[in-house]
Design a binder for this molecule. Sequence first.
Ligand code: SPD
Length: 376
Amino acid sequence: MRRFYYVFLLLLVIALAAAGCSQPAAAPATSAPASDTQTAPAASSDSVKLPEEIVMFNWTDYIDPDLYGEFEEASGVRVIEDNYSSNEELLAKLQGGSAGYAVIVPSDYTVGIMIEEGLLAKLDHANIPNLSNLADRFTQVPYDPGSVYCVPYMWGTTGFGYDSTKVDPPASWSVFFEPDPNSDIYGRVTMLDDPRESFAAALAYLGYDINTTDEAQLNEAKDALIRAKAQLAGYDSDTYEDLVASGENLLAHGWNGDFLLAMEDNENIVYVTPKEGGVVFVDNLCIPASATPEQKLAGEMLINFLLEPEVAARNSEFIYYASPNKAAEAFLPEDFLNDTSIYPPAEVLDKLQYLEPVGEAESIYQRLWDEVKSAQ
Ligand code: SPD
């Protein structure tokens, strides 16, 4: 079926280019059942041409890179990837007027902020027929019900990973917030370079809501983060798992899939969701409002491609994050679907919370985070 898709799409693009208009033709009017691959993205505007190249602005290690080549083969559009390290970095770029991105990957709470600030384009669902492959619970997410602006891409959890041959099994956030200068890990620990995630860790440790807007609680969390700094090698959201895998660091705050990927290099890494709880997240494929019509069409085609069941399954298996794509499950091995680090059981999920927009308090988080980062 996939080969048919590529050949079909390639022929379609060639035929349209020969006819002097390179947009894909309208999809067949029939609506195929969920779990079907739906082939031709429908262009809503007859005058839109596909660009030669688009930029996907993504987290690091968050896609199987082979998929870019396969998409290019199918569509003729080359994808260049650029990376960011936190939602706040992505948001600041868009707020500052950075343009040129066709697809971005913000997390749940950031989608809400971006919609409110008019930073996202509405998706043309006619160009994304594979939207029907999403599991029901991901079609009505609270920050974007009905996938008007974004399509859920992957979901995961935040906790910590450590090398089990060198560290006694920690189960609590206290391993970060009660540093012991005599322990082996002292100086060989990292935390995420991410204000909401690092505050969530401190707030969960203190027993507070991870979305609190109470300034006194946030100040307490700031003090805990400054205390934790004593044993940190640094803040890192991009290479932390590799540094644990290589033995340079022994413990890191981070995301489940990243540690699972690092286990390919070091099987002694263990990922933990702390007993006090932490963060569960959904990351999403969205198109910035600043995208040109050409970039938007190509972005929607890329999103549709990533929603193909077999593509979504391969991608999920490559990066070790759970896919919200129900139809992809048929292509995922049993041991992947049964891995509790990827699909946490109900009793673990019950302790986790989504980060939410905090409105006016965003500036408090940012100010206190700056104080943490600059504290000696
Ligand atoms: N290396 C992939 C990282 C994916 C991170 N998702 C971010 C969730 C933020 N709350």
